[in-house]
Design a protein around this ligand. Sequence first.
Ligand code: PY5
Length: 309
Amino acid sequence: MREAAKIWMNGALVDWADAQIHVLSHGLHYGTSVFEGIRSYATASGPAVFRLEDHLARLERSAAMYYMPLPYTREELRQAVHAVVAANELKACYIRPIALRGYGTMGLFPLEAPVDVAIAAWEWGAYLGEEGLRNGIRAKVASWRRIGNNTIPAHAKAGGQYLNSILAKVEVHKAGYAEAILLNEQGFVADGSGENIFLVRGGRLITPPLGASILEGITRGTVIEIARDEGIEVLERDVARSELYSADEVFVTGTAAEICPVNEIDDHPLGPPGAITRRLQERFAAITQGREPRYAAWLDWVAAPAALS
Ligand code: PY5
């Protein structure tokens, strides 16, 4: 499919077709993998990886929560991400680092299995569609609950926990909706199958707190910071399902989905994307494209950047 592309695997760039693991890899059987989703954006000074340091720090935290020592330092992984983007001559792309328990043991005790690490990158457009980014998506609350905080660590981005997201996604897809919203075990709103969620009520932003079985999204953190810089108040608090139906605006955030408006939830119309959603989308685009020197620390240029003017 992508014969010419290179993938970084266990310390070296290899051909796309050669980036293989054994069928008895522990991570394949039991979900013992941790991963990241990162985007690089095209800027006037070349490709820039958005919040790379923060994504790699989360990868380390996810690995630690599963007692998985990463065999590479953060700086080695940072250089590897740069190498993959550069070797594939990518500008705007999605970057997927993954660390998994590899081939070596078939019992559940994983600590003797080796840890394999790979980093791939490819061009990946709007995850919820260009039309969705512009006009909003239809979402539905799934019947599956978000895995509880005391079932697995919700803050870890681990392969196995995505079975939960996948069941929710397939359920609502079959019912004709673009994205699933999951409630947590307490019945409060948690997140989308692959995004965090925000509501606008009375000019304020509201988003579920870190204790609500959510992933601590990097785009979520970005939106909170941009909004506060814009003078918009942000509340992190539990959100009841019915609040979604009467919100002034709702949007979801994620590396793949970016900032995507929601225009309908459970067949309750929310109307076209609102002013605050639009404003945050515009700010986010300006920042990721390197047009906002104030936020330049969030960009890690793959090629040396010309000085920001
Ligand atoms: N919640 C869940 C369950 C997620 O999977 C994601 C990211 C987020 C929130 C948002 O986190 P962040 O802003 O740090 O990306 N989902 C992945 C992504 O790359 C996987 C999507 C297929 O966006």
